[in-house]
Design a protein around this ligand. Sequence first.
Ligand code: ASP
Length: 437
Amino acid sequence: MLVSKFGGSSLADAEQFRKVKEIVLADKNRKYIIPSAPGKRGEGDEKITDLLYQAAACRQVGSPFLHLLERIRYRYERIAQDLELDVPLEQEFTVIASKMMSGVSRDYVASRGEYLNGLLLAAYLDFPFVDAEKVIRFDRNGVLLEEDTNSLIADTLSALPNAVIPGFYGADEDGVIHTFSRGGSDISGALVARAVNADVYENWTDVTGFRMADPRIIPDAQYISSLTYRELRELSYMGASVLHEEAIFPVRRAGIPTNIRNTNDPRHPGTMIRHSADRTEPEHVITGIAGHKGFSILTIEKDLMNAETGFGRRVLQAVEECGINFEHLPTGIDTMCVVINEKELAPHREQLVARIVELTQPDSVTIHDHVALIATVGRGMVRNYGTAARLFTAISSQGISIRTIDQGSSELNIIVGVDEEDFERAVKAIYDTFVRE
Ligand code: ASP
C-alpha cells in the first residue's frame, strides 16, 4: 500500500489536479492521499499559505483582510469550476471570515489552505475526506503527540479503503488547531505512512528527486536514484532541501522507504530513500555534495593542550553559556577549532572569546570568518581507498586552500571548509573528480 503526499505546486491549479488524479488512479495501491495547499503556478505567483499568513497578520494589527480572503477564494473557485466540483466554498469562506473576526489563532488561518484543498481533492477523487484535526494530535503548546496521532490515524483509516487527509495541521484535545512549521505537510504524510504501515511513502513534488549537487552550481547535476536516510540527513543538514527535515523520522523508524517523485514527470522513478544501503551498489563513490556559506572558525591554541584534562569541556562550556550551537569540532594536538554559524556567533563574539580566555588561558584565540562548508557524502566512501586524498587533491589542484576538515567517524561524510569566494569552484572540482571522471 502506498501513501502519497502531493506538494503545493502539484496542486496549484486544475491542470495540476488532473495530473494528480491520473497518478492516484494509475495504481490502486495509492490509498491515502495527503495534499498541501495550492502553491505557485509559476514565477511571481502567490502561495495560498503565504496569503493566509498575510491575512492573519492584517487581522492581528486590525487592518482589513477580507480582500485577501477574496483572492484566496477565487483561486479555489477556479479549480472547483474547472473540475466541475460541487464543494460549498462560499459557506466555508463565511465560516473562516467569521472565525477570523472573532479572533481565531494564526495557525487556524494558515491551516485552511490544506483543509480547503483537501475538500476539493477528496471530491475530485471521490475519496472520503478525513479532517486532520481529528487524527493529528498536538498538545496545548503545539507539540506533536506522535503516539496518540499514530493510534488515531490507524483507527480511523482502518475503516476506510482510501481517504484524503489534508497536510500541515492537526488539533489539540480541545479542538484548537496547530500547524507544523512551513513545509510540514511532508510530516503529515510521513505520520500517515507510519500509522497504516505503508510499503512506500511517496512524496510528489515538482523536482525529479534529489540531485548530486545544487543545480545552481552544477546545472546538469545527476539525479540520485537511491539514498539512505542517514545520507539524506547529512545532505539536508548542509542545505539540500527537498523534504521537511522532520518528515523522515516516523518513516525511518518504521522501516518505510520514502520515494521522491515528480508530478510533472510521473514516469521517472525519482529518488528512493531507504533505511539502509540497499542491494544496489551506488553508481559513484559519493552520493552527493551539499554545502553553504556563512560559517566562522574559532581556533584556540595552547601548548600542551593535549595534556590538559578538561580543556575541551571548558571551551564547550563557554560556547554553551553563550547559547550557541556549534557545527563541528576539528581538533589537533595543541589546537582546537569550533566551527560556528556566523549569524549565531555575531551577537556573542566578544563575550565568547573573553569567556574562553578566562576558562582556558590559551596562547591565542582567533576567528576566521566567511567560511563555506562543503559536505561530500556517500555510503560508498568507506569501501573505497583514497577517497579523502582524491577529494583534497580535487580542491587543492584548483589553488583553493582548505580551512578545516572534519571526517565523521561513520566515514559517510567528509566536510571541508573553504573561503566563501572559493565555494562554487570547490563544489565543481569535487563533482568533476567523483562524478565526471
Ligand atoms: N502549505 C504549507 C506551507 O506552505 C505546508 C506545506 O506545503 O507543506 O508551508
